[in-house]
Write a protein that binds this ligand. Structure first.
Ligand code: DON
Length: 305
């Protein structure tokens, strides 16, 4: 496995030249587009690392599956899906255009920004501080990294510039999908996106999902299996945004990307994978990261289909 990962990183590194680092969040624009790294964690807890696996990056949209898990545990399925749908959009992740025409006016799924903002609004806690603590604690627990924390620069950078998300949140407030203060909900959303992780952290989260919500070391179910199934299904149908269909054919595993260039994958009952490659394709997914995953999936026959 170790040499396979190394080969795949070397073979696919040239793709970074064809992508671009996200710069609509100014602080993300500082990432090095040439980086490419991967970590695989298997069911036996063995860890394999290759390339620039040791760099840190923010979770961005990879936070969406985790916050959905917490919202499901806090509220149950019925309430969550009264605020957000279960269908792919075929639109970019930050698109606004369908929101006004939907009846009822709920965002189509929890993996696009609009849906994720609706989900974030459901997190329980006496104030934003407590709500964020709860999100961060879940991240720490299932990534097995008690030191995870927020990257303040990225958080403040997005808070300053996130006007498209602001527009989405205010619209959702107007149509009663979110309740409470739109700015507070956005603040929590920007914070969850700014939690700083490594490939190993997201590979562990992927492994946790692959393992149906069970902590392997403790032998304890931390999250109901059914909720992890819901989340993995969204990762397949919407996790790579409007490239989810292509990714399902070429790679075939539940995955969630973030604009930082990370991709978090759960191969059911087999492994968790974390990839970083900040140079993105036109849909906002790591261009070289997707190629590495294609190679890995073909070699190890990882497709679930
Ligand atoms: O809300 C945003 O635009 C970012 N914080 C997260 C978007 C994202 O990661 C999309 N991923 N490909």
């Amino acid at each position: 496995m170790q040499s396979l990962l190394k080969e795949l990183v070397e073979e696919n590194r040239h793709w970074v030249k064809h992508g671009k680092v996200a710069n609509y969040i100014p602080e993300l624009g500082k990432m090095d587009p040439n980086k490419l790294g991967i970590v695989v964690v298997d069911t036996g807890g063995k860890v394999y690392r290759a390339g620039d696996y040791d760099i840190s990056f923010t979770a961005q949209s990879m936070s969406k599956p985790l916050v959905l898990l917490l919202a499901l545990m806090d509220n149950g399925e019925e309430i969550v899906f009264s605020k957000v749908g279960k269908e792919p959009t075929g639109d970019p992740f930050n698109s606004i255009r369908k929101l006004e025409t939907l009846k009822p006016p709920k965002p189509l799924n929890p993996m696009i920004n609009a849906g994720a903002i609706a989900v974030t609004s459901l997190i329980k806690g006496k104030d934003n501080e407590e709500k964020f603590e709860r999100i961060l604690n879940l991240f720490r627990k299932i990534s097995k990294n008690p030191n995870l924390d927020i990257n303040k620069d990225v958080y403040l950078s997005e808070k300053r510039t996130g006007d498209r998300n602001r527009a989405i949140a205010y619209f959702l407030k107007d149509v009663n999908i979110i309740e409470g203060d739109a700015e507070e909900i956005l603040d929590l959303y920007f914070k969850q996106c700014s939690i700083e992780v490594t490939c190993e952290d997201i590979a562990n989260i992927g492994m946790f999902l692959a393992n149906q919500g069970m902590d392997m070391e403790l032998g304890e179910t931390l999250i109901p299996k059914y909720y992890t199934q819901i989340v993995k299904t969204f990762m397949v149908t919407c996790g790579m945004y409007d490239a989810s269909g292509e990714f399902a054919i070429n790679v075939g595993i539940p995955a969630k990307s973030g604009v930082s260039g990370g991709i978090m994958c759960a191969v059911p009952n087999r492994m968790g994978i974390g990839v970083i490659g900040p140079a993105l394709d036109s849909k906002g997914n790591s261009i070289a990261g997707v190629k590495v995953l294609e190679g890995l999936s073909k070699k190890l026959m990882l497709s679930i289909f």
